[in-house]
Write a protein that binds this ligand. Structure first.
Ligand code: ADP
Length: 323
């Protein structure tokens, strides 16, 4: 293989730039060329593909977002769209692609590999940490640190005013960000999409905390929680209890941006090296993952077939420490 492509797709995540840099530099190290594909599969279809050299990725390891931009592309869900994309790669002699994104992007990669024989290797880039076959995804560590800092700041206000604050963090299907940022921020309660919520029980816990001398409480809520995330829950608590004067903060897209943490930069760098070397070894239809300290190469389907489930023991830690 003499020429490979790299793209970022789906939701952006901090550390995607570090991943692009690692792919480009590893390819250069091994004497092969890299083309950057802009806006994920959209750019692949439209031919927005340009050469990327090692100096083009200077200084981006510390930057959030993605210099290649990212997009969702509905046309790529149709075979005709994928045919056009594959033809564009062929025209440029691109024989392999590193796909940085979430499980949707991986499904696209699986199609390119199965239908057109284009070698594809996935790198998990998403803040949700909800991809099977890897302990961590690129962007998760930065997102949980951002969310934790938000919890810390809001606690100052909550404590000053003796108030209950509901803080909504990202996670439509997965409560991983809520769980970790909640424990790290010392939240009284953490509510996740994976666990059924009883509003009565939540109110009971708030009352129990008050009896033990708590004057304020922080409740971290994943956006995908039943009752409509933090806003819906806060309304229900206010309607059904004496806790009328609660406040809601939705951290939202603040969690996506920002300079990646050392952990995410190193993870992206290691994964980038492994991904390109996997292509050079002739691998395809695989994703790079980390298990403990080791880099793994797993079938890309594991990303969606083995959805990561966090250790429910963490919920007990939060529960015990929330007294
Ligand atoms: P993420 O990669 O973050 O999960 P999406 O689910 O939006 O993000 O997927 C990103 C893109 O991947 C989609 O816009 C589409 O172009 C492509 N894609 C997603 N699912 C499939 C699929 N089943 N087949 C082919 N391409 C897909």
């Amino acid at each position: 293989m003499k020429r490979i492509g790299v793209l970022t797709s789906g939701g952006d995540a901090p550390g995607m730039n570090a991943a692009i840099r690692a792919v480009v530099r590893t390819a250069t190290y091994h004497g092969i060329e890299v083309y950057g594909i802009e806006r994920g599969y959209k750019g692949m279809m439209e031919g927005a593909i340009r050469p990327l050299g090692p100096r083009d990725v200077s200084g981006i390891i510390s930057r959030g977002g993605t210099i290649l931009y990212t997009a969702r592309c509905l046309e790529f869900l149709e075979r005709a769209g994928r045919e056009q994309a594959a033809a564009n790669l062929e025209k440029l002699g691109i024989g392999g692609v590193v796909v940085i994104g979430g499980d949707g992007s991986y499904r696209g990669a699986e199609c390119l590999h199965a239908e057109f024989g284009i070698h594809c290797i996935g790198m998990p880039g998403t803040i949700d940490n909800d991809i099977g076959g890897t302990d961590y995804t690129i962007g998760f560590d930065t997102a949980i640190n951002t969310a934790m800092q938000a919890v810390d700041r809001i606690r100052d206000t909550a404590a000053s005013h003796d108030r209950i604050f509901f803080i909504e963090v990202m996670g439509r299907r997965s409560g991983y960000v809520a769980m970790i940022s909640g424990i790290a921020g010392g939240a009284e309660e953490i509510l996740l999409p994976e666990v059924e919520i009883s509003v009565e029980r939540l109110i009971e816990r708030l009352r129990a905390g008050e009896r033990l001398g708590k004057k304020s409480s922080i409740i971290v809520v994943a956006e995908g929680c039943e009752y409509g995330g933090a806003t819906g829950l806060a309304r229900m608590v206010s309607e059904q209890s004496e806790y009328k004067d609660n406040r809601v903060t939705v951290i939202g897209h603040l969690q996506r941006g920002g300079s990646p943490t050392a952990f995410d930069r190193v993870l992206a760098s290691r994964m980038g090296v492994r991904a390109v070397e996997a292509l050079l070894e002739g691998e395809t239809g695989k994703m790079v993952g980390i298990s403990g300290q080791n880099m793994l190469l797993r079938p890309i389907r594991e990303a969606w077939e083995l959805r990561t489930r966090f250790d429910m023991g963490l919920l007990r830690v939060a529960h015990v420490l929330g007294v």
